[in-house]
Ligand binder design. Structure first.
Ligand code: COA
Length: 259
């Protein structure tokens, strides 16, 4: 396990990933990216983990963006190769398990992009979000120009990206950039409660839901509906479906296994 990324397997089949560079507000450097890709790889095949929560260490930041220290002296070719080598943002979406961003403070640049690549965003009422790259003479490079307009609409995305301004958690919730805002001292408890609730569902049905929802981004509506129907039909062959229906009829709680 790397020091820059803490991996905890909690009770109730939830894994907590904590980016651990609080001295630089958890800025994303190569080591963190590499550790994140490795952690997702390990968790993908870990049947004991059904939901993942991603957060930043300390009280101040979720992730304050890419590590700006790494930018100095970096050539276009070096940056291009780095981006080609691994794309943590796409890896998050390819992960067949739900990932919740637990946004505990500054959520900027690559941090905001990483949060957007998660499935659900829960933020502390003290969080501040934004895409400040324009202040460095660049643009978002982790999917911000693509995912932000999908979440908040083109005009609001353009305003955030053109101005580099930070917005409050409340404003982020109002425009759809975060899904839930909770008091800072309840953030961990409330986020883990959500993660535990999700982790108690059928893992194969969760995967089907995630893949079907994300399919809408690359498919026209009729193709997306076909994709959904194929998954829907397939789920009728699972033990989890049998268990879910039996549990309902027998008035008991379902125990899903993912089979
Ligand atoms: N990369 C590298 N280091 C960073 C960083 C980043 N993205 N964000 C913060 N840090 C470092 C600071 O340099 C500082 O280090 P130091 O103590 O050695 O000087 C430390 O983290 C604390 O940050 P500081 O700026 O002192 O905190 P603050 O409360 O005054 O301001 C921010 C907080 C988030 C407003 C400010 O740090 C900031 O603007 N960060 C850059 C955000 C950004 O542009 N991200 C997109 C990058 S593409």
């Amino acid at each position: 396990m790397s020091d820059v990324l803490l991996i905890e397997r909690l009770e109730s089949r939830v894994a907590l990933l904590t980016i651990n560079r609080p001295e630089v507000l958890n800025a994303l450097n190569g080591e963190v990216r590499c550790a994140l890709v490795g952690a997702l790889d390990a968790l993908r095949s870990d049947d004991d983990v059904r939901a993942i929560v991603l957060t930043g260490a300390g009280e101040k930041a979720f992730i304050a963006g890419a590590d700006i220290g790494e930018f100095k002296g970096m050539t276009a070719v070096m940056q291009y190769r780095k981006m080609q080598a691994s794309n943590i943002y796409s890896e998050m979406e390819r992960m067949p398990k739900p990932i919740i961003a637990m946004i505990n403070g500054f959520c900027l640049g690559g941090g905001c992009e990483l949060a957007m690549a998660c499935d659900i965003r829960v933020a502390s009422d003290r969080a501040r979000l934004g895409q400040p790259e324009i202040n460095l003479g660049i643009i978002p490079g982790g999917g911000g120009t693509q995912r932000l307009p999908r979440l908040v609409g083109e005009g609001r995305a353009m305003k955030l990206i053109y101005t580099g301004e930070m917005i409050s958690a409340e404003e982020a919730e109002r425009i759809g950039l975060v899904d839930q805002v909770v008091p800072a001292d309840e953030l961990t408890e409330r986020t883990l409660e959500l993660a535990r609730a999700i982790a108690s569902k059928s893992p194969i049905a969760l995967q089907a839901a995630k893949e079907s929802i994300l399919a809408a981004r690359r498919m026209p509506m009729d193709e997306g509906l076909k994709f959904e129907r194929a998954w829907f039909g397939l789920l009728f062959s699972t033990r989890d479906m049998d268990e879910g229906v039996s549990a309902f009829l027998e008035k008991r709680k379902a125990e899903f296994t993912g089979e």
